[in-house]
Design a protein. Structure first.
Length: 206
């Protein structure tokens, strides 16, 4: 069957990008193929990861554009030129506008380090620790025009231990992310994930 082209958006270290590349190499990404990295920081370590993996990159500097919509229009053009079918956000630290979201509605996913709808936005791990919850985790969801409000595809919990710090909890969260996210991408590429007509619920075939 024909590979399904995906683009990964990342801004930093790129651990989830690397997880996708490693899963692809080991056959765990199914039909999905990482075709492009989109990055908004020219010095981000994820760019070197992409180069080592032989993945094309589109790197831009937002300050060189007059608006968020302007650089998103260029990104969409790059995605369409490469026939990208799905967009995978993996530590991309910029809010998206409808210019980017709408063309890929139902085909763009994100991973968030909490059990949404709890603790959306920045510093979700710290939010969970500060609140004193006993359980947090990881959520993969479709992207809509809100912040971490899209329909939930998959969740996996992580217990919070009494002696946890942000660093120790983050380590366990990241381990979950690097297993869960490639699995979801593989299911997505296989057509096993479907957004219901109500836009809120997600059907997942096992």
């Amino acid at each position: 069957m024909k590979p399904v082209a995906i683009a990964v958006f990342a801004s930093g270290q790129g651990s989830n990008f690397q997880a996708m590349v490693d899963a692809q190499r080991s056959g765990l990404l199914g039909l999905a193929e990482v075709k492009l990295l989109v990055c908004d920081k020219p010095n981000a370590p994820v760019i070197e990861r992409a180069q080592r993996a032989g993945v094309e990159t589109f790197v831009f500097q937002p300050k060189q554009y007059s608006s968020r919509e302007q650089y998103e229009m260029e990104i969409v053009s790059e995605l369409q030129r490469r026939q990208i079918q799905y967009v995978v956000l993996a530590g991309y630290m910029r809010l998206l506008t409808p210019t980017m979201v709408n063309p890929y509605m139902g085909r763009m996913i994100n991973i968030h380090p909490s059990l949404l709808p709890a603790f959306p936005g920045k510093d979700a791990i710290e939010q969970a620790l500060d609140y004193g919850v006993k359980l947090t985790g990881v959520t993969v969801h479709f992207v809509d025009n809100g912040m971490d409000t899209g329909a939930i595809i998959a969740q996996q919990p992580a217990a919070i231990h009494p002696n946890d710090t942000a660093d120790t909890l983050a380590e366990r969260i990241h381990h979950i992310e690097q297993t869960l996210y490639p699995r979801v991408v593989s299911q997505l590429a296989a057509g096993k994930i479907r957004l219901a007509d109500d836009g809120r619920h997600v059907m997942v075939e096992q």
